[in-house]
Design a protein around this ligand. Structure first.
Ligand code: KIV
Length: 273
């Protein structure tokens, strides 16, 4: 067995992600929200599974990530953990579960870890939530940062457009990224920022930077599973590559089933007891 095969079977940890960055090995991350999909994603060799609060959109059908609750995130994370043996499972802290104060933030993070079995949490924001991140880190809970486009703040910004195009915002993003690195976050998601800025951040910080709409110069990539599998409808940002058209395939399969049932072509004699 080659060293690579041994490595590929090994459980992914936060420490291993750091080693991957040091080796220049790119990190592949996807979202998942349920047992069956998490099992497929894990078996396919993904490094990190994010139980994203995008579950609010793709699992519940809400227009934003804001309504999803801590209980709902814990439920989705528990399902994913049950289907996963190799990938590191990171669970998003939902809107309202950490912005109040650091005590509340820690209580929410502890609930996620205890009740779901996830191995880390992700939080949107920089300096504004530093105290909460530090308190969670002090409790031994790994934290992944999330800067750039932060969908939980959609009502503040009013748009899902590319962030940090202006000098002042880019400067704050770099400062926030440095701070997240210094206080001990194990990784950072950069969403929808110019590729040049993202590459600069990835070169400056010691922790892995995972991009979504942040170009190729970062340490890894993340996409929402339903988007890259072609299940989501009416969402096609420039950064999104569709690796399958499962929406059409599922539609066709279900259409064929409906037709067979109506025509009594299913079940056949061989499919009966
Ligand atoms: O919730 C989510 O899916 C995310 C990714 C887009 C990074 O935060």
């Amino acid at each position: 067995m080659s060293t690579n095969t041994v490595d590929n079977a090994r459980k992914v940890t936060t420490m291993r992600l750091r080693e991957m960055k040091q080796r220049g090995e790119k990190i592949a991350m996807l979202t998942a929200y349920d047992y069956s999909m998490a099992r497929l994603v894990d078996e396919a060799g993904i490094d990190v599974i994010l139980v994203g609060d995008s579950a609010s959109n793709v699992m519940i059908g809400n227009p934003t990530t804001l309504p999803i609750t801590l209980d709902q995130m814990i439920y989705h994370a528990r399902c994913v953990v049950n289907g996963c043996s190799r990938a590191l499972v990171v669970c998003d802290m939902p809107f309202g579960s950490y912005q109040g104060n650091s005590k509340e933030a820690l209580a929410s993070a502890i609930r996620i870890m205890k009740e779901s079995g996830a191995e880390a949490v992700k939080m949107e924001g920089g300096a504004e939530i530093r105290e909460s991140i530090e308190r969670i880190l002090c409790a031994g809970i790994p934290v992944m940062g999330h800067l750039g486009l932060t969908p939980q703040s959609i009502n503040k910004f009013g748009t899902y457009a590319v962030r940090a195009r202006q000098e002042a915002e880019a400067r704050k993003l770099i400062e926030d990224a440095r701070m997240l690195d210094e206080i001990g976050c194990f990784g950072l998601v950069l969403e929808k920022v110019p590729a040049e800025l993202a590459a600069r951040v990835a070169a400056e910080v010691s922790i892995p930077v995972i991009g979504i709409g942040a170009g190729a110069g970062v340490d890894g990539q993340v996409l929402v599973l339903q988007d890259m599998l072609g299940i989501t409808k009416g969402f096609s940002p420039k950064f999104l590559r569709r690796y399958a058209d499962l929406g059409t395939a599922i539609n066709k399969a279900i259409g064929a089933y409906v037709e067979d049932v109506k025509n009594v072509a299913f079940p056949s004699p061989e499919e009966q007891y």
